[in-house]
Design a protein around this ligand. Structure first.
Ligand code: CA
Length: 318
């Protein structure tokens, strides 16, 4: 069993408009593919190869591919999907007109008849036309329907697409070729490259406006947060929320540093914000914070009042 897993981190950081896009090539593990055909009401599936094209025996080949998308976080917002299919065995000077479709059924559970018909009824996920060329790498950019469809499967950790041959009007009597993107003796497998972003910035919390003032990166996910009042001690009572959960709750700030240890999420940015319970004698509510992961530390000040919260984004990575 062959596992392909390639994770490329593309960090595009520009001021406070940071984006964390990650491109993943999902591993494709088991039950990968089959070609499906209908021989006068008799439905067959051939595991091990995507095979498209009209056979000489009046059958229309359809296929499907299952991708393991478990490496894409459940909360990802899918921005684009590319399928990369290496074709071979297509006769020279012919290309196979093929369409990529949404699969409305789970190919591991559907009956062969349902699977066969679903591939045909699924709406298009990519351009239509002659675009699978012979003996070469084909890169197919899928559309927003595909993005939404994959997003809806994130918690299931699999995603499948159908491949259907576009009829050429020749009645199925002519063999127009087939391509085999993959079989168990072939090292070239179709790939699915997913580019996504993660939702990481909250705009409001309990009606209070949240503003991000800084973005921090640590190597370790286990961090220590120290917090204290660096100004005149005026009775500020604070809560600190990490990813929406209080890690410091209704604490009266002192000159002395208090500390708490937390674990960060590694697959998405973490947000830490200051929630003010009052503003003390001297508004606003202000806290000095030092975060350390044991390798580096970062110091910053958060200010909040009863209508707004200041926040930082924290990422674990290089
Ligand atoms: Ca204050």
């Amino acid at each position: 069993m062959r596992i392909l897993l390639l994770v490329v981190f593309i960090g595009l950081v520009s001021g406070l408009k940071a984006q964390w896009n990650i491109t993943v090539t999902p591993s494709k593990i088991e039950g990968f593919t089959g070609s499906v055909r209908n021989l006068d009401g008799y439905y067959e599936k051939f595991d091990g190869a995507i095979r498209l094209g009209k056979g000489s025996f009046y059958s229309f080949f359809r296929g499907y591919a299952i991708f393991d998308i478990s490496s894409v976080p459940d909360k990802a917002i899918v921005k684009s999907i590319r399928l990369i299919i290496n074709t071979k065995h297509i006769p020279e000077r012919l290309s196979v007109p093929v369409e990529i479709t949404k699969l409305p059924v789970n190919p591991r559970q559907a009956s062969l008849e349902d699977l066969y018909n679903s591939i045909n009824s699924g709406i298009l996920l990519g351009p239509s036309g002659d675009y699978l060329k012979t003996k070469s790498e084909n890169v197919i950019q899928l559309n927003s329907v595909a993005n939404d469809d994959l997003t809806s499967h994130l918690e299931q950790n699999w995603w499948a697409v159908g491949f259907r041959q576009v009829e050429d009007g020749l009645g199925g009597s002519r063999t127009v070729g087939a391509f085999e993107g993959y079989d168990f003796t072939d090292s070239i497998a179709p790939l699915c490259v997913v580019t996504y972003e993660l939702p990481y910035k909250r705009k409001f919390y309990e009606g209070r406006k949240v503003t991000y003032i800084e973005e921090l990166t640590f190597k370790n996910s286990e961090i220590t947060i120290e917090y204290w009042d660096h100004l005149k001690i005026d009775g500020d009572i604070i809560s600190l929320y990490l990813n929406g959960t209080p890690v410091v709750s209704k604490y009266l700030l002192k000159r002395e540093r208090e500390l708490t240890e937390v674990k960060l999420k590694t697959d998405m940015p973490n947000d830490l914000f200051l929630y003010a319970h009052n503003e003390g004698m001297n508004p606003p509510n202000t806290v000095a914070i030092r975060i350390s992961d044991g390798i580096t530390d970062q110091n910053f000040i958060l200010e909040s009042d009863l209508n707004s919260c200041e926040a930082v984004l924290i990422k674990v990575g290089r």
